[in-house]
Each structure stands twice: as C-alpha cells, then as structure tokens.
Design a protein around this ligand. Sequence first.
Ligand code: SF4
Length: 386
Amino acid sequence: MLAGLPRPLSYSSITLYEECPQKYKFRYIDRIPEKPKHYFSFGQSVHTALEFFYGVKAPPAPTLDAVLAHYKERWVSRGYKDEETEAQYFQEGKDLITLFYRKHVPDFHIPLFVEYHFNTALEGVPVTGKVDRIDRLADGRLSIVDYKTGKALDAARVAEDTQLAMYQAACESLLGAEVARLSFYHLPSLTEHTLPRRPQERIDGVKKRVVLAAEGITKGDFAPSPQETKCRFCDYRSLCPVFRTEALKSFARPAPAPPPAPSAALAEDTDAELAATIDKLGSLLDEVERLKAHVLAIFQKKGYARAFGSRYQAVKESKSRWSFPDKKRVLDLLRSTGLYEKTLAPSQPKIEAFLSDPAFPPDLRARLSELSERTESVELKLEELS
Ligand code: SF4
C-alpha cells in the first residue's frame, strides 16, 4: 500500500475526494460511517437478485420465482424513512426484476464474471472496484456491464463518465483480454447505454485523477471544499470545521434581541444607565466588527467566498467606493453641466450613483472619475438559510 493511503482507491472514493477532501477524511481516515441511504439499499437489493440470476454454474436460468424469492430473502431495509416507503420500493424492485427477467431469459447466457472484484494498480496507485458483469464476446474480447438503479441516466453523463474507463484499464491489465464494449444498464427503463472501448486519452485522464487523488491523500491535504448544495446534504456537517469554527458559530447565531422595556420603566432610567447601555452597544458593535474581520481572515487563508453556519451563510463581497478629495472642483463640474440643480443637494451617494449609472453621459462620467479616488474593499454579508 502507498504510504499514507488508508485503502486502495475506488472510483467512488476518488470522486468523493475530488468533491470534498474533508468529507473523504471523515469517511475513510476517521472511518465515520455516513447515514444509511435508502437508494443504496435499494440498489444493493436489486444487484443481489441479478447476481443470483446470472450466477448459476450452467444453464438453464433460475426460475423467476427463485429470483424473486432470493430478492425477498436478501432485501436490505436500511435507510427507508418508513415502512410504507420501503414497501413501495420493494414492489418497484420486484416489478423491475420481473421485467428484466422476461426480457433477458430468452437470451440467457453464463457471463464470464458476475460481481467481479478487482484489486490492481494504476500508475503505481492501488485501486479496487467491482464490475457487475463481464461477458466474453464471440471474438474473445470483453464486454463490461454496470447496472444503475437511479431514477435517470442521461446520455451526456454516460459519454463523459470515467467509471467504465477505470474498469476497462483494470480488467485489461488483470484479465489479459481487450475490452470491446462498455455499458451502463439503466434498470428502471430497461435501457442499455453502450459505448465502444474508451480511447487512450480517456484512460490517461482516469490515471491522472487516480494519481492526483492519491497525492492529495498521502500529503494529508484534506481542506474542506464547501458548496451550498453539497454541504446541505452532507452527513458530516455537524463535525465539519467549516461549520464548527467558533467565530462562524457566534457570528451566525446573534443573541436574541431583548424585549422592549415598558415605557414607564424607560422614564425611570437614569442617565448613568443610558451611558452604560450606549457603552454596551458600542462593545457589541466592536465585537461584530472583530468577528467579521476574523471570518474574512479565514476566508482569505482558505480561499473561500462563502461558508455556512447551521442557520446562516456568510458571503464575501467585493465593493468599490469613490471619494472626492477636491469637493470644490466636483461642485464646479456639476454646476457647469446643469447637474447641480438636478441633484437638489449634491451628496457623495448621489455622485456615486451617477458614476454607476450606464445612462450617464460617458464624457461626464470620465471627468467625474478623474476627480474621484476609488477604493476597493471586501465586506461580509450574512444571509439566513431558508
Ligand atoms: S459539510 Fe461541506 S465542507 Fe464540510 S465535509 Fe461536508 S461537503 Fe465538505
């Protein structure tokens, strides 16, 4: 095993590392299991039934009753939200297996391998995987089939997918035969999406991904890669440093506002109490600014533009501001162009609005810009998560 690599890389672990290195660490280094998911259980149950169908030593195929009995016996019930949902999925799987059986029993054959587990190395990196089915074609070459039980499988994704390319590289090095065709078999629609053998550049692309993931893992690079859509459904969110940073937590959870004091009590407040309240408010505002600066420093260090608390997200925003050191010249310009009267009381925000207005005459904008100094700043915006 490569030093520092906790286990051989599989297609799914490489994808997980690429998606978020911190999530990979939780899953494979810290060995914290994810919550059971019903769609994995469903896929496993259907795969097991098809493994039974194709797993006999010699024809004929097992009967449909035998396949369905095996399906029932090996049903995986983890992760379903309730019994009713589980029963619906069980029936869906039963229907799907029945249709698959009827379609394929007439051309039943014994595959070369069913659930072929491989362990090999790509570019010196240990890799592992499991191919659902490998058939030997009439010309001696191989056909690789991977079953999918998800709701949809679009053709563009199939063409771009590198999972089958990884299987091709591994099978050819281990079985010594050329892979001629690869397919994703989408079971809910009984549709087989077939591709010719993957070209060398695709295989090289897979090897590059394997090496990059292995390098990152062995160097201990597990920086979190937060994205709202991913983090929202991540099982490790409560453990993730992005969400556990004390600054983020305290910044994201402001203390609830105190109830307004009754007016009679207000009248009795002394000036000393008012002064203390003003000082307290000032301290709180100072603390808010300090926390904002702290969060922005973390963003800067980690290259984030956005991070999440459990109730809020913080977003970095770049702002431009103009200042006008020579106010007299600005006022003279406004007067000479008739804009002074239009602005009623010329103020910095109004002049800034002129500068940002695309309808403002470009020559005037240029002259105003010459009299201004532009400052870039980075600010932090806080938004409540819906
Ligand atoms: S919460 Fe987001 S950043 Fe944290 S481990 Fe999960 S996906 Fe990665």
